[in-house]
Design a binder for this molecule. Structure first.
Ligand code: KE4
Length: 431
């Protein structure tokens, strides 16, 4: 705290809002869903980060997924420093890009070829364009509650009626840009079958988060993904798994290995950059061969495959392959969810949670949601009180009820247990 007891975070937030809309470079960081002042982070290490007042938090955001090995991991920092010493960016190919591409293809066999980009938005936007270019079709299918970045044709919410095309969720997106986007309900098989029955041969692709992390954590049912795969195969539609968040997060083979489903294209991000801007899209070679410069589908990027970012990503991909990495990560997430659920039960608060690999969700309602509507029925007001109670206790969860949470390899039992003890105190206080 500064001398006059005004938080440095408040001072920085007021200053930031003068030069940047909302004072942030990505909306969720502004705390508008939970209220209060965003924490300006000064440094991070392992499972922790510190704000401008010097307060330490146990961090369950992990930069929204990338910090899976823990913040400022010595091996990652060393790799970044070594790469940076050789120059930051060349605009020309490097061997490191080949190495990370080969590693991604080895770890995710559905990816026969891969193109590196700098954000998850670029990855999904490019995958959509490729699907449309390869099929010559315009229509795309997404699901309510799934977020795939901010490309125009994906900023769309369900239309008014059943199987009606979407309406823009953002100003500045012309109706024309979303008239080919059909928004269906997650985990709703009959609706998906109806869509294909009525227009299947005009659908270029279906894009889905196979483990959804943008409507809090919601698992796809195996039957939903299996039926999706069958329908896409039957109608020649490209199946795109958006694994920007769940890729290398729910397991070394991502959600596609967890469910045993082979998508035609996969979007990746977050973990493959280890905290620096690396994302990717890839899949069947016959599709990827249609990408410029050898094919008709254009895509480009000044910093695509950036050598310093690739060094962070590659060192992270090596660390997640250590023996037992995902067993420990999954056990930590499950320990957290179980501990929070028990603490809430003791306080008589309706609460449940779920964890898939190193990502988790908790819900202020009685049952784990399997649809967007069920998740949104959660007690938002209680969530917000819990969020701020935990923040005061030095635990930083996602500042919005519709976000998932993330543990790292550095979230030891002691760190998890410290979190649960704090929650026990907060549940008692908020009632
Ligand atoms: P980026 O363009 O933010 O790198 O990735 C977009 C994206 C694509 N697909 C999925 C499944 C994603 O989760 C994301 C981005 N995730 C959000 C978390 N809800 C990033 C946090 C933010 O928007 O600030």
């Amino acid at each position: 705290m500064t001398t006059d007891s005004t938080s440095k975070n408040e001072i920085l937030f007021a200053r930031a809002q003068q030069s940047t809309p909302g004072g942030v470079n990505s909306p969720v960081r502004a705390f508008r869903s939970v209220g209060g002042t965003p924490r300006f982070i000064t440094r991070a290490e392992g499972p922790y980060f510190w704000d401008a007042d010097g307060k330490r938090y146990i961090d369950y955001i992990g930069s929204w997924g990338p910090a899976i090995v823990g913040h400022a991991h010595p091996q990652v920092i060393k790799a970044v420093q070594a790469a940076a010493a050789n120059g930051l960016s060349f605009g020309a190919p490097t061997e490191g890009e080949i190495e990370i591409a080969e590693e991604i293809c080895r770890l995710l066999p559905s990816i026969e070829q891969v193109r590196l980009v700098s954000s998850g938005t670029e990855a999904t936007m490019s995958a959509l364009r490729l699907a449309r270019g390869a099929t010559g079709r315009d229509k795309i299918v997404k699901f309510e509650g799934c977020y795939h970045g901010h490309a125009d044709s994906l900023l769309v919410k369900a239309g008014s009626g059943l199987l009606t095309f979407g309406n823009p969720t953002s100003a500045g997106v012309p109706e024309d840009f979303v008239k080919h986007t059909l928004v269906l309900d997650y985990n709703n098989i009959p609706q998906l079958e109806d869509a294909f029955a009525s227009m299947g041969d005009t659908i270029a692709c279906v894009i889905v988060e196979p483990v959804a992390g943008n409507m809090n954590l919601i698992r796809a049912t195996p039957e939903f993904l299996q039926r999706m795969r069958e329908l896409c195969t039957e109608y020649g539609t490209v199946l795109i798994f958006d694994e920007v968040m769940c890729g290398f997060r729910v397991g070394l083979g991502g959600a596609q290995e967890l469910y045993g489903i082979t998508p035609d294209l996969t979007a990746l991000g977050k973990v493959i950059g280890g905290g620096l801007p690396v994302a990717a899209f890839g899949g069947r070679a016959d599709l990827m061969q249609k990408m410029a410069p050898i094919g008709p589908v254009y895509q480009a990027g000044t910093l695509s495959g950036n050598p310093v970012a690739v060094a962070a990503g590659m060192s992270t991909l090596k660390l997640i392959q250590e023996p037992g990495f995902y067993e420990r990560l999954g056990a930590a997430a499950q320990r957290l969810v179980d501990g929070l659920t028990e603490a809430a039960r003791e306080a008589g608060i309706p609460f449940c949670g779920d964890a898939v690999g190193g990502m988790f969700g908790f819900y202020f309602n009685h049952d784990i949601p399997s649809t967007y509507g069920q998740m949104m029925a959660g007690d938002k007001e209680r969530f917000n009180r819990f969020f701020h109670g935990m923040l005061d206790e030095g635990v930083y969860f996602a500042p919005a009820m519709f976000e998932a949470g993330f543990v790292s390899a550095q979230h030891t039992d002691a760190v998890i247990d410290e979190t649960v003890e704090a929650a026990r105190r907060v549940f008692k206080r908020i009632g």
